[in-house]
Design a protein around this ligand. Structure first.
Ligand code: MN3
Length: 199
């Protein structure tokens, strides 16, 4: 058994002008592809099989750093491609829209808090919106860690994740991470986030 790099549900240029086609292609084929290959090799080396990625991440402290880094990278990018869409952006709708308004006061306040989490994550990492015990929370994790990992200080069920590694934005935005974060709000697939929120 091995994990597979998923196909994107849209073309590499579909998120233009917010995320450029070259970044999308390299990010998907080289970075996500690399995490997938290395995860499979690390699992084979440790004789781990028959487990879902969620199970592996939930007890990742039992494994070596190769499984932690590449398992996180595999899961995080699977989610990242899904929670973006060429038809995305705008105000969150449905249950997640109501929950965001209740928890953060308004969508604008949510955006400020999420953008701040993404901008202040030092070095490489991810910003997250998660659900924990029915409540929404915003936070961030370093490297390819995520809120499903038993080793993470920030825990919950991921609903939205933003990759703030330089490889996610440097070709188009160079050092201007805040511009990339602003652009991201235009491609959020709220239908998918709603599905995860209800799940
Ligand atoms: Mn990445």
């Amino acid at each position: 058994m091995s994990f597979k790099l998923p196909d994107l549900k849209y073309d590499y240029n579909a998120l233009e002008p917010y995320i450029d086609a070259q970044t999308m292609e390299i990010h998907h084929t080289k970075h996500h592809g690399g995490y997938t290959t290395k995860l499979n090799a690390a699992l084979e080396a440790e004789n781990v099989s028959g487990k879902s990625i969620e199970e592996i991440l939930g007890s990742v402290s039992k494994y070596n750093m190769g499984i932690r880094n590449n398992g996180g990278g595999y899961f995080n990018h699977n989610l990242f491609w899904e929670i973006m869409s060429p038809n995305g952006g705008g105000n969150p709708t449905g249950d997640i829209g109501n929950a965001i308004a209740e928890t953060f006061g308004s969508y604008d306040k949510f955006k400020d808090e999420f953008a701040n989490a993404a901008a202040t994550r030092f070095g490489s990492g991810w910003a997250w919106l998660v659900k924990e015990n029915g409540k929404l929370k915003i936070g961030s994790t370093p490297n390819q860690d995520n809120p499903l990992m038993d080793v993470s200080d920030f825990k919950g069920q991921p609903l939205l994740g933003l990759d703030v590694w330089e490889h996610a934005y440097y070709l188009k935005y160079q050092n201007r991470r805040p511009e990339y974060i602003d652009a991201f709000f235009n491609v959020i697939n709220w239908d998918k986030v709603n599905e995860l929120f209800k799940g």
